[in-house]
Design a protein around this ligand. Structure first.
Ligand code: MSP
Length: 649
């Protein structure tokens, strides 16, 4: 019989900045399940890659003064290095600039055009340049992009459209007939209401973006980056190429892992495109939550400089510790926080104490009491059944959880068995048994039960912790044939196994010292990364009319006196002559840049019709204008020589 296949994908990442721990989250989860299925005998294909076209990359490259390809190549290499460091074993890494992908995108685009599912028209709508997404007026939130919150701008251009609106009913039916298609359930409800608001046709080409796949029959257009990117899931399998063996074998995908913010692209646009092209649909799309930064749970972003480098962490604690933290600490569908405390606590309590100690105590006792090799003669006793029953039940429990993508709960079930085994040591007290030669058969049974529990745990944690599994097998004397998933049943470790204490699996860390060091290291690294990051273009403010501008009253004012505000290091309190005859008091946050004597006697520009406000308890009636570089560089606008009260227009 043919082996069962399993095809899993991650989103393809934008190489607009370096791979960070948030990207690692999706990829480690995908790798864990790919390894797990391989271990169960599935023929697995695991694909990841990079999404290299589009306006964002085009812009970043331009800012850096290089071509888009020159810009992305080292970043893509960096992604691959991170995956290697984290033991991610993918079967294929697709780059959307690969020739075979570009050709396939062109063919599929043409095919849908010939069929009438893509047509040429004029685009008029609101466009978010950051997300490269078009939105309808109703989707905008306060005029801004509902995904990133940045302003959207009216855009109009000749464009090709995909007839997405034709697919609303079929999509709703897809969700209804295949309840597993969108997971978790809450995301499905969001998509249903999105479709029910009305689907518009999707603009799938751009004339304004040069860095993209050219529409071959109308080359002033490039294919919309999302249309190009989604197709990776089939072009990576050779769809439309001379060799489409992989496509025939692995498509449809068993699961696409995606972050919650891109569920819409994968569960509305992607299935509709596949329907149009008469290609079977993926089994399911799982929208996982976000890994947020710090206890306050900020969104990770390169521009905020709060991204965490996975290589730095893996170098310090080992890749298994990082993989464990990611899969254990954040339930897969939910958001979770990355904090140094949480990471260090997991390493110490779960890995060093629970698992590490169980292994080192078991191997050390076998060496001490039996010179390593357990005697054949064993005697069963009290407490055995409780441990053995739990260990026997573990594979089935974990299988159900992993198939439901509940990685965190699967690990917590495994750790229950580890804790049970540690408790079993306390209950059976091997050190007391060792005092009497007559108890040796009982002592041998206790150590065997511990080693056998560790073997089962070792097999089942290997997909999560690929380096630790083999280290456990070495120390408990489990040979190749009893390291397999097929051999997971209780009792397969030979009765006379030879245990050997080896290197500590996870060294304990001094929490307080470690957290402080880690805080400092990550802060330094983030500072560096932030400095190296090309400055994000600030989104342009929405246009206003001249009437709106005229509402702001700006006048020349002379600084009569000025003094620091007590208990507010940044503030100065200024008395101004604004030509009205009455002094105007203004509080300004410029104390770090100007001393009072730098300002007294000079003319500044003041906004005179602001509502009064209190700053640190001092009333302020206006605001003086200054240019702010956001890099600790602020310059007040001086208009010396002008008459106080003169209008600024
Ligand atoms: N290029 C698109 C995807 C195209 S798929 C056909 C894209 N790229 S991305 O680089 O911005 O993000 C890709 C994925 O990275 C997200 O969907 C998410 O899975 C993952 N993550 C990036 N930052 C993350 C966190 N902080 N936390 C968890 N996952 C995050 O969108």
């Amino acid at each position: 019989m043919d082996k069962k296949t399993f095809y899993i994908t991650t989103p393809i990442y934008y190489p607009s900045g370096k791979a960070h721990i948030g990207h690692s989250y999706t990829t480690v989860a995908a790798d864990t399940i790919a390894r797990y299925k391989r271990m169960q005998g599935y023929d697995v294909f695991f694909m990841t890659g990079t999404d290299e076209h589009g306006q964002k990359i085009e812009r970043r490259a331009k800012d850096a003064g290089v071509t888009p390809k020159e810009f992305i190549d080292p970043i893509v290499e960096g992604f691959q290095k991170v995956w290697e460091t984290l033991d991610v074993r993918y079967d294929k890494f697709i780059r959307t600039t690969d020739d075979y992908h570009v050709e396939a995108v062109q063919k599929i685009f043409k095919q849908l055009y010939d069929k009438g599912d893509i047509y040429k028209s004029e685009y008029k709508g609101m466009y978010c340049a950051e997300c490269e997404a078009f939105w309808t007026e109703t989707q905008l939130q306060d005029g801004n992009c509902p995904d990133c919150g940045r302003p959207c701008h009216p855009a109009s251009e000749e464009a090709y459209f995909f007839k997405l609106s034709n697919y609303a009913d079929r999509l709703l039916k897809l969700y209804e007939d295949n309840p597993q298609f969108i997971q978790p359930e809450s995301r499905k409800n969001e998509m249903i209401s999105f479709i029910n608001q009305g689907l518009e046709d999707l603009c799938v080409s751009r004339t304004s973006v040069k860095w993209g796949v050219p529409v071959d029959f109308d080359p002033k257009h490039t294919v919309y980056v999302w249309f190009d990117a989604l197709l990776n899931y089939i072009t990576g399998l050779g769809y439309t190429s001379d060799n489409d063996e992989l496509f025939k074998k692995f498509w449809p995908a068993d699961v696409h892992f995606v972050g919650k913010e891109i569920v819409r692209f994968h569960t509305v646009i992607w299935p509709a495109v596949l329907m149009a092209a008469d290609i079977p649909l993926p089994e399911r799309v799982y929208g996982h939550g976000w890994l947020l930064f710090g206890a306050a749970g900020e969104k990770m972003s390169k521009s905020k400089g709060n991204v965490v480098d996975p290589i730095l962490l893996a170098d310090r604690y080992g890749s298994d510790a990082i993989r464990y933290f990611l899969m254990r600490d954040i339930p897969f569908g939910s958001d979770g926080n990355f904090t140094n405390e949480a990471l260090c606590n997991r390493i110490n309590s779960d890995l060093a104490n629970d698992l590490g100690n169980l292994l080192s105590r078991t191997a050390a006792m076998a060496e001490k009491y039996f010179g390593g090799t357990l005697p054949e003669e064993k005697q069963a006793g009290e407490f055995d059944d409780a441990l053995i029953e739990m260990a026997k039940a573990l594979p089935e429990t974990v299988d159900g959880l992993i198939c439901n993508l509940q990685f965190s709960t699967a690990l917590s079930e495994i750790w229950k068995v580890i804790s049970r085994a540690n408790k079993y040591i306390d209950e059976t007290m091997p050190w007391a048994l060792a005092k009497d030669e007559a108890n040796k058969p009982r002592l041998a049974a206790v150590l065997y039960n511990l080693a056998e529990t560790l073997r089962i745990v070792g097999i089942i944690i290997t997909p999560f912790l690929p380096k630790s599994g083999p280290k456990i097998f070495e120390q408990i004397g489990a040979g190749e044939q009893v390291r397999t998933y097929d051999s997971i049943g209780w009792g397969n470790l030979p009765a006379n196994a030879t245990l050997k204490k080896g290197e500590t699996l996870f060294p304990r860390i001094d929490l307080e010292k470690e957290i402080a060091e880690l805080d400092a290291m990550l802060a330094a690294q983030q500072e560096q990364a932030k400095a190296a990051q090309p400055k994000e273009e600030e989104p342009a403010a929405a246009p206003i009319s001249i009437d709106d501008f005229a509402k702001v009253e700006l006048k020349v004012a002379k600084v009569i006196s000025c003094e620091p505000v007590k208990k507010a290091k940044k503030l100065l309190c200024l008395q101004l002559d604004d030509g009205s005859g009455k002094p105007r008091q203004v509080v300004s946050g410029i104390a770090n840049y100007y001393k009072p004597e730098d300002l007294i006697g000079h003319c500044v520009v003041v906004v005179t019709n602001l509502h009064p406000a209190k700053l640190c308890g001092v009333e302020s009636n206006g605001m003086i204008l200054a240019a702010d570089n956001a890099e600790n560089d602020v310059k007040v606008i001086f208009v010396d020589g002008m008459t106080p009260g003169a209008k600024i227009r």
